[in-house]
Write a protein that binds this ligand. Structure first.
Ligand SMILES: [Zn+2]
Length: 77
């Protein structure tokens, strides 16, 4: 994946979270993460059989991380 900001090749890696990688519209109390609200959206993109690990691309120059969770987001390598 190329960086959407500078268009250079991004580095593939992972973001991992013990309680699952989720996106929430509001900041959650860390102690309450295991009982996330209804609006919590678990992110999965094929990096693991659970939502604790997702593929993520990093641009060192722009200091951006991109998590693509679309159907065709699985890396080629
Ligand atoms: Zn960039």
């Amino acid at each position: 994946m190329n960086c959407p900001f500078c268009n250079k090749e991004m580095e593939l890696g992972y973001i991992q979270c013990r309680d699952g990688v989720t996106w929430t519209p509001k900041k959650q109390l860390v102690a309450a993460l295991s009982i996330l609200g209804k609006a919590a959206f678990p992110i999965e993109n094929g990096a693991a059989d659970n939502s604790r690990t997702v593929y993520a691309y990093r641009c060192k120059d722009c200091k951006k991380i991109v998590i693509d969770y679309s159907e065709d987001s699985k890396p080629l390598k």
